[in-house]
Design a protein around this ligand. Structure first.
Ligand SMILES: Nc1nc2c(ncn2[C@@H]2O[C@H](COP(=O)(O)OP(=O)(O)OP(=O)(O)O)[C@@H](O)[C@H]2O)c(=O)[nH]1
Ligand SMILES: [Mg+2]
Length: 248
Protein backbone atom coordinates (compact mmCIF):
# COMPACT_ATOMS: atom_id res chain seq x y z
CA UNK A 1 0.00 0.00 0.00
CA UNK A 2 1.38 3.38 -0.97
CA UNK A 3 0.30 6.12 1.37
CA UNK A 4 0.60 9.70 0.23
CA UNK A 5 2.75 11.13 2.97
CA UNK A 6 3.38 14.41 1.23
CA UNK A 7 6.69 13.26 -0.22
CA UNK A 8 5.45 13.87 -3.74
CA UNK A 9 3.72 11.84 -6.42
CA UNK A 10 6.86 10.27 -7.84
CA UNK A 11 6.14 6.85 -6.41
CA UNK A 12 3.80 5.29 -8.90
CA UNK A 13 6.26 2.53 -9.62
CA UNK A 14 5.30 -1.05 -9.00
CA UNK A 15 7.75 -3.87 -8.51
CA UNK A 16 6.95 -7.38 -9.61
CA UNK A 17 9.22 -9.76 -7.76
CA UNK A 18 9.66 -13.04 -9.63
CA UNK A 19 10.40 -16.08 -7.53
CA UNK A 20 11.01 -19.19 -9.60
CA UNK A 21 10.83 -22.25 -7.40
CA UNK A 22 11.73 -25.87 -7.73
CA UNK A 23 11.67 -27.81 -4.48
CA UNK A 24 11.79 -24.78 -2.21
CA UNK A 25 9.23 -26.05 0.30
CA UNK A 26 11.36 -25.01 3.29
CA UNK A 27 12.70 -21.78 1.86
CA UNK A 28 9.59 -20.21 0.37
CA UNK A 29 7.83 -19.10 3.59
CA UNK A 30 11.01 -17.51 4.88
CA UNK A 31 11.88 -15.66 1.70
CA UNK A 32 8.32 -14.38 1.30
CA UNK A 33 8.18 -13.24 4.91
CA UNK A 34 11.45 -11.37 4.48
CA UNK A 35 10.38 -9.74 1.22
CA UNK A 36 7.09 -8.58 2.71
CA UNK A 37 8.93 -7.17 5.72
CA UNK A 38 11.50 -5.20 3.81
CA UNK A 39 9.11 -3.99 1.14
CA UNK A 40 6.44 -2.90 3.58
CA UNK A 41 9.02 -1.06 5.63
CA UNK A 42 10.15 0.80 2.53
CA UNK A 43 6.62 1.59 1.39
CA UNK A 44 7.09 0.42 -2.19
CA UNK A 45 4.22 -1.05 -4.20
CA UNK A 46 4.95 -4.66 -5.15
CA UNK A 47 3.69 -8.12 -5.93
CA UNK A 48 5.43 -11.48 -5.52
CA UNK A 49 4.97 -13.85 -8.42
CA UNK A 50 5.79 -17.46 -7.61
CA UNK A 51 6.51 -19.64 -10.62
CA UNK A 52 6.63 -23.20 -9.40
CA UNK A 53 7.43 -25.93 -11.86
CA UNK A 54 5.54 -28.87 -10.41
CA UNK A 55 7.92 -29.33 -7.48
CA UNK A 56 7.49 -32.83 -6.06
CA UNK A 57 8.08 -31.50 -2.53
CA UNK A 58 4.80 -29.56 -2.56
CA UNK A 59 6.19 -26.04 -2.89
CA UNK A 60 2.99 -24.96 -4.64
CA UNK A 61 0.93 -25.97 -1.60
CA UNK A 62 3.13 -23.73 0.51
CA UNK A 63 2.51 -20.94 -2.01
CA UNK A 64 -1.22 -21.39 -1.61
CA UNK A 65 -0.92 -21.11 2.15
CA UNK A 66 1.12 -17.94 1.77
CA UNK A 67 -1.51 -16.55 -0.56
CA UNK A 68 -4.09 -17.08 2.17
CA UNK A 69 -1.94 -15.24 4.66
CA UNK A 70 -0.82 -12.28 2.56
CA UNK A 71 -3.62 -12.08 -0.02
CA UNK A 72 -3.93 -12.68 -3.72
CA UNK A 73 -2.73 -9.22 -4.67
CA UNK A 74 0.59 -9.64 -2.92
CA UNK A 75 1.14 -13.30 -3.69
CA UNK A 76 0.46 -14.33 -7.27
CA UNK A 77 0.80 -18.01 -8.19
CA UNK A 78 1.73 -18.87 -11.77
CA UNK A 79 2.60 -22.55 -11.63
CA UNK A 80 3.57 -24.76 -14.54
CA UNK A 81 3.10 -28.48 -14.88
CA UNK A 82 6.70 -29.56 -14.92
CA UNK A 83 10.30 -28.40 -14.67
CA UNK A 84 10.87 -26.35 -17.79
CA UNK A 85 13.91 -24.33 -16.76
CA UNK A 86 14.61 -20.87 -15.42
CA UNK A 87 14.67 -18.87 -18.65
CA UNK A 88 11.11 -19.78 -19.60
CA UNK A 89 10.03 -19.46 -15.97
CA UNK A 90 10.98 -15.78 -16.12
CA UNK A 91 9.14 -15.31 -19.41
CA UNK A 92 6.09 -16.99 -17.93
CA UNK A 93 6.27 -14.77 -14.85
CA UNK A 94 6.69 -11.55 -16.81
CA UNK A 95 3.56 -12.29 -18.82
CA UNK A 96 1.52 -11.95 -15.66
CA UNK A 97 3.51 -9.15 -14.03
CA UNK A 98 1.71 -5.85 -13.64
CA UNK A 99 4.67 -3.88 -12.30
CA UNK A 100 6.72 -1.55 -14.48
CA UNK A 101 9.82 -2.98 -12.82
CA UNK A 102 10.75 -6.63 -12.48
CA UNK A 103 13.02 -7.94 -9.78
CA UNK A 104 14.47 -11.38 -10.23
CA UNK A 105 15.88 -13.35 -7.34
CA UNK A 106 16.42 -16.92 -6.23
CA UNK A 107 14.01 -18.33 -3.67
CA UNK A 108 16.62 -20.41 -1.86
CA UNK A 109 17.72 -17.63 0.55
CA UNK A 110 20.96 -17.03 -1.32
CA UNK A 111 19.64 -13.57 -2.14
CA UNK A 112 18.66 -11.56 0.91
CA UNK A 113 15.57 -9.38 0.44
CA UNK A 114 17.17 -6.63 2.55
CA UNK A 115 19.00 -5.61 -0.61
CA UNK A 116 15.84 -5.00 -2.65
CA UNK A 117 15.28 -1.45 -1.35
CA UNK A 118 18.92 -0.73 -2.18
CA UNK A 119 18.38 -1.94 -5.75
CA UNK A 120 15.38 0.37 -6.03
CA UNK A 121 17.25 3.35 -4.62
CA UNK A 122 20.12 2.70 -6.97
CA UNK A 123 17.77 2.47 -9.94
CA UNK A 124 16.16 5.78 -9.06
CA UNK A 125 19.52 7.48 -8.51
CA UNK A 126 20.51 7.13 -12.16
CA UNK A 127 17.34 5.94 -13.87
CA UNK A 128 19.23 2.74 -14.70
CA UNK A 129 17.74 0.20 -17.10
CA UNK A 130 19.24 -2.64 -15.11
CA UNK A 131 20.55 -2.84 -11.56
CA UNK A 132 22.68 -5.86 -10.91
CA UNK A 133 23.71 -7.25 -7.56
CA UNK A 134 27.43 -7.80 -7.38
CA UNK A 135 29.52 -10.02 -5.16
CA UNK A 136 32.70 -8.54 -6.48
CA UNK A 137 32.79 -4.89 -5.45
CA UNK A 138 32.62 -2.99 -2.18
CA UNK A 139 31.02 -4.84 0.66
CA UNK A 140 29.80 -7.66 -1.62
CA UNK A 141 30.89 -11.25 -1.05
CA UNK A 142 30.09 -14.91 -0.89
CA UNK A 143 29.45 -17.11 2.14
CA UNK A 144 29.31 -20.85 2.44
CA UNK A 145 31.03 -21.79 -0.78
CA UNK A 146 33.90 -24.21 -0.81
CA UNK A 147 37.13 -23.31 -2.53
CA UNK A 148 36.17 -25.10 -5.71
CA UNK A 149 33.00 -23.15 -6.18
CA UNK A 150 34.69 -19.85 -5.33
CA UNK A 151 37.37 -20.58 -7.88
CA UNK A 152 34.83 -21.54 -10.53
CA UNK A 153 32.82 -18.38 -9.95
CA UNK A 154 35.85 -16.10 -9.81
CA UNK A 155 37.41 -17.82 -12.77
CA UNK A 156 34.25 -17.57 -14.83
CA UNK A 157 33.96 -13.89 -14.06
CA UNK A 158 37.62 -13.22 -14.71
CA UNK A 159 37.58 -15.01 -18.05
CA UNK A 160 34.44 -13.25 -19.10
CA UNK A 161 35.73 -9.83 -18.09
CA UNK A 162 38.80 -10.54 -20.16
CA UNK A 163 36.98 -11.80 -23.24
CA UNK A 164 33.81 -9.74 -23.30
CA UNK A 165 34.42 -6.55 -21.26
CA UNK A 166 30.80 -6.45 -20.18
CA UNK A 167 30.80 -3.31 -18.01
CA UNK A 168 29.43 -5.13 -14.97
CA UNK A 169 31.43 -6.82 -12.24
CA UNK A 170 29.19 -9.81 -11.47
CA UNK A 171 28.04 -11.65 -14.56
CA UNK A 172 26.76 -14.95 -13.29
CA UNK A 173 24.61 -13.56 -10.50
CA UNK A 174 20.85 -13.57 -10.88
CA UNK A 175 19.79 -10.95 -8.32
CA UNK A 176 18.74 -8.09 -10.56
CA UNK A 177 16.21 -5.34 -11.10
CA UNK A 178 15.05 -4.50 -14.61
CA UNK A 179 12.73 -2.05 -16.28
CA UNK A 180 10.04 -4.37 -17.54
CA UNK A 181 10.36 -3.57 -21.23
CA UNK A 182 14.13 -3.89 -21.01
CA UNK A 183 13.88 -7.34 -19.46
CA UNK A 184 11.39 -8.42 -22.08
CA UNK A 185 13.69 -7.31 -24.87
CA UNK A 186 16.70 -8.99 -23.27
CA UNK A 187 14.98 -12.30 -22.70
CA UNK A 188 13.83 -12.38 -26.31
CA UNK A 189 17.38 -12.03 -27.55
CA UNK A 190 19.02 -14.46 -25.14
CA UNK A 191 19.55 -18.02 -26.27
CA UNK A 192 21.66 -19.58 -23.50
CA UNK A 193 20.53 -21.89 -20.76
CA UNK A 194 21.81 -22.51 -17.26
CA UNK A 195 24.59 -20.42 -15.79
CA UNK A 196 25.36 -18.75 -19.09
CA UNK A 197 21.90 -17.25 -19.26
CA UNK A 198 22.53 -14.61 -16.58
CA UNK A 199 25.78 -13.72 -18.20
CA UNK A 200 24.25 -13.38 -21.64
CA UNK A 201 21.56 -11.13 -20.19
CA UNK A 202 24.07 -8.62 -18.89
CA UNK A 203 26.26 -8.81 -21.99
CA UNK A 204 23.31 -8.20 -24.28
CA UNK A 205 22.22 -5.37 -21.99
CA UNK A 206 25.43 -3.57 -22.71
CA UNK A 207 25.20 -4.47 -26.38
CA UNK A 208 21.80 -2.81 -26.55
CA UNK A 209 23.23 0.25 -24.84
CA UNK A 210 21.23 -0.16 -21.66
CA UNK A 211 22.61 1.45 -18.53
CA UNK A 212 23.65 -0.84 -15.69
CA UNK A 213 23.90 0.12 -12.03
CA UNK A 214 25.46 -2.13 -9.41
CA UNK A 215 24.74 -2.82 -5.76
CA UNK A 216 27.14 -4.84 -3.60
CA UNK A 217 25.41 -7.93 -2.21
CA UNK A 218 26.41 -10.79 -0.01
CA UNK A 219 25.47 -14.16 -1.40
CA UNK A 220 24.84 -17.03 0.99
CA UNK A 221 24.90 -20.61 -0.19
CA UNK A 222 21.53 -22.35 -0.06
CA UNK A 223 20.63 -23.50 3.44
CA UNK A 224 17.99 -26.10 2.56
CA UNK A 225 18.09 -28.35 -0.47
CA UNK A 226 20.69 -29.78 -2.75
CA UNK A 227 23.22 -27.74 -4.69
CA UNK A 228 24.01 -29.03 -8.12
CA UNK A 229 27.12 -27.34 -9.47
CA UNK A 230 29.08 -30.10 -11.13
CA UNK A 231 31.53 -30.70 -13.91
CA UNK A 232 28.86 -30.59 -16.57
CA UNK A 233 27.74 -27.10 -15.48
CA UNK A 234 31.32 -25.89 -15.68
CA UNK A 235 31.73 -27.33 -19.14
CA UNK A 236 28.42 -25.86 -20.21
CA UNK A 237 29.53 -22.48 -18.93
CA UNK A 238 32.83 -22.61 -20.81
CA UNK A 239 30.99 -23.51 -23.99
CA UNK A 240 28.51 -20.67 -23.49
CA UNK A 241 31.28 -18.21 -22.86
CA UNK A 242 32.99 -19.13 -26.10
CA UNK A 243 29.70 -18.84 -27.91
CA UNK A 244 29.14 -15.33 -26.57
CA UNK A 245 32.72 -14.41 -27.37
CA UNK A 246 32.19 -15.52 -30.94
CA UNK A 247 28.81 -13.89 -31.45
CA UNK A 248 28.86 -10.54 -29.60
N1 LIG B 1 10.30 -22.52 -11.91
C1 LIG B 1 11.53 -23.04 -11.89
N2 LIG B 1 12.40 -22.66 -10.94
C2 LIG B 1 13.63 -23.21 -10.94
C3 LIG B 1 14.05 -24.15 -11.90
N3 LIG B 1 15.35 -24.49 -11.62
C4 LIG B 1 15.69 -23.80 -10.53
N4 LIG B 1 14.69 -23.01 -10.10
C5 LIG B 1 14.69 -22.02 -9.00
O1 LIG B 1 15.54 -20.98 -9.41
C6 LIG B 1 16.29 -20.46 -8.32
C7 LIG B 1 17.78 -20.67 -8.59
O2 LIG B 1 18.04 -22.04 -8.69
P1 LIG B 1 19.12 -22.79 -7.78
O3 LIG B 1 18.77 -24.22 -7.78
O4 LIG B 1 19.24 -22.11 -6.46
O5 LIG B 1 20.42 -22.56 -8.64
P2 LIG B 1 21.86 -22.20 -8.13
O6 LIG B 1 21.78 -21.12 -7.09
O7 LIG B 1 22.65 -21.93 -9.31
O8 LIG B 1 22.34 -23.54 -7.49
P3 LIG B 1 22.32 -24.05 -5.96
O9 LIG B 1 23.72 -24.21 -5.58
O10 LIG B 1 21.55 -25.33 -6.05
O11 LIG B 1 21.60 -23.05 -5.12
C8 LIG B 1 15.78 -21.19 -7.10
O12 LIG B 1 14.78 -20.40 -6.51
C9 LIG B 1 15.21 -22.50 -7.67
O13 LIG B 1 14.18 -23.03 -6.87
C10 LIG B 1 13.11 -24.54 -12.90
O14 LIG B 1 13.36 -25.36 -13.79
N5 LIG B 1 11.87 -23.96 -12.85
MG1 LIG C 1 20.81 -21.25 -5.38
Amino acid sequence: MTVDNGSGAENKDKYSILLPTYNEHDNLPIIVWLIVNYMDKSDYDYEIIIIDDGSPDGTLEVGKQLQKIYGGEKIVLRPREKKLGLGTAYIHGIKHAIGNFILIMDADLSHHPKFIPEFIKKQKSGNFDVVSGTRYIGSGGVFGWDLKRKLVSRGANFLTQLLLRPGASDLTGSFRLYKKDVLQKLIETCVSKGYVFQMEMIIRARQHGYTIGEVPITFVDRVYGESKLGGSEILQFARGLLYLFATT
